[in-house]
Design a protein around this ligand. Structure first.
Ligand SMILES: O=c1ccn([C@@H]2O[C@H](COP(=O)(O)O)[C@@H](O)[C@H]2O)c(=O)[nH]1
Length: 281
């Protein structure tokens, strides 16, 4: 592995496009895939998705919660899925949404972003509820080691609107929305053309409602759930993200996984093609 996370993400976009295949072994999907709702089932599911994604997409995003359901055996399964994805040359975003402060959040960073660690991924989703500054240690670790973070900023779920559009009352970010303050602070860690510390901005949101504009995101990687099962079509990409669309990791889980083990390769191929058309239009 060489280069910064931003460089590796740009290379993945260039090589394989912007699709990020979600690895979300929901119980209903395990049943549909003929697998048991067990650690062995989620392991098999993850490995099959990795196999289908490799050579057809550049990025995968395992949803850690579905592995954590199975305790230590689930984490062992996840370790195998992460290792298989990375050795297949896929960029891996662990969707674990970790957040804390001081040495505790530093330990989360070490768990997911240290080269050679059992749960090594290329990037980790994190929460800034304790302040973006609380993420300093994992951000420094990521930047030093060629890894990335994606900070929850304007999430795709409707329940988030109140808290994420709330206006900051005190401190250096006073007057900005919570989302805009997260973007401003994250950007202080980023360098052009594409930084290592990204944000999660769902495809279901309108940037303006959050006090954001596409020009704020010129060098910021954007992890974008909300496509497919949550209702947004790929053709909305430029409308939602404007000039920042070229930085978007287009996350799609159930809209791919619903195809089952026999249909998944065709769906990944089709979604990759659709996205390439959106970017070339
Ligand atoms: O704002 C957010 C942040 C994360 N997610 C996660 O992305 C996938 C979406 O799955 P779909 O099946 O494509 O809807 C899932 O793992 C969520 O936990 C999100 O949806 N929104």
């Amino acid at each position: 592995m060489s280069g910064s996370f931003g460089e590796r993400l740009s290379a993945a976009f260039e090589r394989a496009g912007h699709l990020c295949v979600g690895i979300d072994p929901h119980p209903y999907l395990l049943e549909r895939w003929g697998l048991s709702d067990s650690a062995a089932g989620v392991r098999d599911f993850g490995l099959r998705v990795v196999d289908a994604a490799s050579a057809r997409a550049g990025i995968v995003k395992p949803q850690v919660a579905f592995y954590e359901r199975h305790g230590s055996a689930g984490f062992a399964a996840l370790e195998d899925v992460l290792a298989a994805a990375r050795s297949a040359g896929l960029l891996v975003i662990a969707d674990a949404k970790r957040g804390d402060l001081g040495t505790s959040v530093e330990a989360y960073g070490q768990a997911w972003l240290t080269p050679g660690s059992p749960l090594e991924a290329d990037a980790l989703t994190v929460s800034a509820f304790q302040g973006v500054g609380s993420l300093e240690a994992p951000a420094a670790l990521a930047i030093a080691g060629g890894k990335g973070l994606f900070v929850l900023t304007a999430t795709s779920n409707p329940e988030s609107v109140g808290i994420q559009t709330a206006v900051i009352a005190r401190g250096e970010q006073a007057g900005r929305s919570v989302s805009a303050s997260i973007v401003a602070e994250v950007n202080s860690w980023n360098r052009k053309p594409l930084g290592d510390i990204g944000v999660v901005i769902g495809a279901t949101v309108a940037l303006g409602d959050y006090g954001l504009s596409d020009s704020d995101l010129a060098a910021t990687p954007i992890l974008a759930p909300g496509f497919g099962h949550q209702g947004v079509g790929f053709d909305a990409l430029h409308t939602v993200y404007g000039s920042a669309a070229h930085n978007v990791v287009v996350s799609s889980s159930r809209a791919i996984l619903d195809a089952g083990p026999d249909g998944i390769t065709d769906v990944i191929r089709a979604q990759t093609r659709q996205l390439a058309e959106v970017f070339s239009a």
